[in-house]
Design a protein around this ligand. Structure first.
Ligand code: ADP
Ligand code: MG
Length: 721
């Protein structure tokens, strides 16, 4: 008998196990059983031969119409030519080896399933050497009941690859299923939850999914596994949250004497209602002995930085240090610049990124270690081992979607052993509620929905550069006009250029050429339509010093002697960059970017009181999916709406960050946008379990699964770093 954790090599034998592992990466029985069917075929109904496509792998159910041996030119060799039919269309099968063996089986009138890659021969579609199984005997009088059963039988159709066809997988799964020995330990969903939610047992689910008698059985099985995915994930997150609540942290009380107070008095604008409200919420949480663990999500430009900075000042007033972690060097530098200018000499701010090296680095490290540095701003360099804080009380992580849970944890671990820092995570990618529950389910959530007053509108246009080349000229003209009016302009291109291979580009299968590159576009424009203005270049391969200089010159803009007017850049400016005087952005090859990414990029303009113009330049054709994506971005400024569209287009896959190695740590069936209801129900179910027994001892299998996942996460984190 096989257990879920048994290796396939032991259960199936070396060869089959190897084929399966090569094709899908499965090692254990549980892995294989989580190979869910792509769909179910009704055995009796004839598959539509008319819709076969050349070069695709296909399985058809058909009846053998004829079977002939044909001599080939090579002496003594014969090939077997078989024609199968579904009653309307025909399809050719060809066999070149073992023709006698096949001929004996492939008797006209017999039905079978035939599978292979569809080819073409003399203008007719053909399967060469298909694998097949015969499904009915010739000339037998059909028993109506058997016919019924036959017609209604449900055949799982599995995702296949070239090296292993659907039914070989099916066969392996059926075999594993027939020897499977499930124990109570394997049942992760407690009986009472199963009963309440009408869920079948694990054994029934596996049977239903892989060996269903009816479609309902299959659906019930799939629903249960979907629920399990959501439930385990929620249990992990609820557990993390509970563990967090058991931690102790420093208490920071807001004073009326401190830096925060001075800072507030010289703030040049009034805080929005949302900023005030969340500000109070953060102050309240900082004043408690359990660590804050909060996500602040807000539209681009809603003013999250100030909210975070004010909370940092509370902590500094309390005598501790605050760290601000940014995903890119450009953003870290900007934060350092703006926070320094806002604070003046109220507090010391240091910047630590990967390119702060040598003597300067050791100086900065000393300042952090001595506590002289009150605010430490940095990229992931901050997480590195050498960095020691004097007294880290508060960690702010900006633009969290670029960081994993582990990085958050690693930075938090830099605090005193027994006192955890408060953690605030910020994201400008607004997340639909259930996604937030899933991805950030271990955090409390605040939402900053209001933009500061007096923001001007942003207009977005799609410019189809192939259909209307004239419009492109107008774009450049407009850019020059904006500069003449005293504003800055961003031009964004997907690629850096030069000879270096670049990975971080959205693959657009519809596109016919390589995406435009900053290093190629910039000189062309600077010598051509933009020759009247000063063009600068920014990309990720520049040194941090260069980046910093370029950004400060661009910040100065047309008003300054050594300013930059037009910045040609890659997506290094995607998140967080804040230059309120910039009014226009043109995105080249805009179809190469994802929906949320475009929204983020666009968020760089319209940040001040001047109206913004965003043009999405693309060669994508009318009605193509790429063009539609662009039209969607142009049609709304609502980040929530766009995030939803984005998520529907790419499945969220692995939310906990672990690879597929965990038996039950990844989402294979669940789509958190589509399956909202399951996410909500499973969250309630997980809470219920913890309420019944916070140690989960009475739900041992669930507890073990959670421990397994957490262990996996920490080993993966160690391996990566
Ligand atoms: P994001 O939420 O995208 O990180 P930022 O924190 O960078 O946004 O803020 C965007 C801009 O809005 C900054 O220039 C900031 O100084 C300004 N800002 C923030 N809050 C207010 C406010 N209450 N009134 C006016 N401007 C504000
Ligand atoms: Mg920001």
């Amino acid at each position: 008998m096989a257990k879920l954790t048994d290796l396939l090599t032991e259960v199936l034998g070396g060869r089959s196990a190897k084929t399966i592992q090569t094709a899908f990466g499965y090692k254990t029985v549980a892995d294989l059983l989580s190979h869910y069917p792509r769909r179910y075929a009704q055995r009796g109904e004839l598959t539509d031969l008319a819709s076969l496509k050349v070069d695709e792998h296909a399985t058809v159910l058909a009846e053998i119409a004829s079977c002939k041996e044909i001599p080939m030119r090579q002496r003594g060799k014969k090939r077997l030519e078989v024609v199968v039919t579904d009653g309307r269309q025909t399809l050719d099968l060809a066999f070149f080896h073992l023709t006698q063996v096949h001929k004996k089986k492939l008797i006209p009138g017999t039905q079978g399933l035939f599978s292979g890659k569809v080819g073409e021969f003399r203008g007719r579609k053909q399967l060469a050497h298909p694998e097949y199984v015969l499904t009915a005997q010739l000339g037998e009088e059909t028993d109506p009941e058997a016919a019924e059963a036959f017609a209604n039988a449900v055949i799982p159709v599995y995702p296949a690859t070239g090296s292993i066809p659907s039914w070989r997988v099916a066969k392996a799964i059926k075999f594993v299923l027939s020897t499977l020995d499930l124990t109570d330990e394997d049942e992760v969903i407690p009986a009472e939850i199963r009963e309440k939610e009408n869920l079948v047992s694990l054994a029934e689910a596996y049977q239903g999914i892989h060996n269903p008698e009816t479609i309902e059985e299959a659906n019930q099985g799939i629903y249960r596994m979907m629920f399990e995915e959501a439930f385990v994930l929620q249990a992990v997150l609820v557990n993390r949250r509970m563990l967090n609540d058991l931690q102790k942290s420093q208490i920071f009380k807001t004073t009326t004497e401190g830096i925060l107070n001075t800072f507030d008095k010289k703030l040049p604008f009034e805080l929005t209602e949302g900023q005030k409200e969340i500000g109070l919420q953060l102050e309240q949480e900082l004043s408690q002995a359990k660590p804050m663990h909060r996500l602040l999500q807000g539209e681009v430009g809603s003013g999250k930085t100030i909210v975070a900075l004010r909370a940092m000042l509370v902590v500094i007033d309390g005598g501790a240090q605050a760290a601000l972690l940014a995903p890119t060097e450009v953003l870290a530098q900007q934060h350092a610049r703006t926070i320094r200018s806002m604070l003046g000499d109220l507090a010391q701010v240091v910047l630590l990124t990967g390119s702060v090296i040598g003597k300067q680095r050791s100086e900065v490290m000393d300042q952090i270690a001595s506590g002289e540095a009150a605010i430490v701003i940095g990229t992931h360099a901050l997480i590195q081992e050498g960095v020691v804080f004097s007294n880290l009380g508060f960690v702010v992580v900006d633009e969290q979607h670029r960081f994993g849970v582990e990085q958050r944890a690693a930075l938090a671990a830099k605090a005193n052993d027994d006192l955890k820092p408060h953690v605030l995570v910020m994201t400008a990618t607004p997340i639909p509620r259930t996604v937030a529950m899933t991805v950030f389910g271990d955090l409390d959530i605040s939402t900053l929905s209001q933009l500061p007053k007096g923001r001007a509108e942003i207009k977005t246009h799609v410019v189809p550069s192939l259909e209307k080349p004239g419009h492109l000229e107008r774009v450049w003209k407009r850019a020059v006009e904006e500069v003449k009016a005293g504003h800055q302009v961003y031009l964004v291109a997907p690629r850096i250029g030069g000879d270096v291979a670049e990975e971080d580009i959205v693959d657009n299968a519809e596109a016919k050429r390589a995406p435009l590159a900053v290093l190629e576009v910039a000189p062309m424009l600077a010598a051509g339509p933009l020759k009247e203005v000063r063009v600068g270049v920014l990309h990720g391969r520049m040194s941090s010093l260069e980046k910093d200089q370029i950004m400060s010159r661009f910040n100065k803009g047309p008003a300054s002697e050594d300013g930059i007017d037009v910045l040609v850049s890659t997506t290094v400016i995607e998140v967080g960059v804040d230059i309120p005087n910039a009014t226009m952005m043109a995105i080249l090859d805009a179809d190469r970017f994802g929906v949320s990414q475009l929204h983020q990029l666009r968020g760089r303009i319209g940040r001040g009181k001047f109206p913004g113009l965003c043009v999405l330049i693309s060669e994508a054709e009318v009605d193509s999916p790429a063009r539609e994506r662009l039209e969607q971005v142009a049609s709304t400024l609502d980040g929530f709406e766009l995030a939803r569209i984005d998520l529907q287009q790419r499945r969220e896959g692995n939310v906990l960050g672990t690879q597929q190695s965990g038996r039950r740590s990844s989402l294979r069936l669940l789509q958190v946008v589509r399956d909202e209801e399951i996410v909500i129900k499973s969250r309630a179910a997980a809470m219920e379990c913890f309420e019944k027994d916070s140690t989960l001892e009475i739900f041992a299998p669930l507890k073990n699964t959670i421990d397994e996942i957490e262990e996996l996460q920490s080993t993966e984190f160690l391996e990566k770093n």
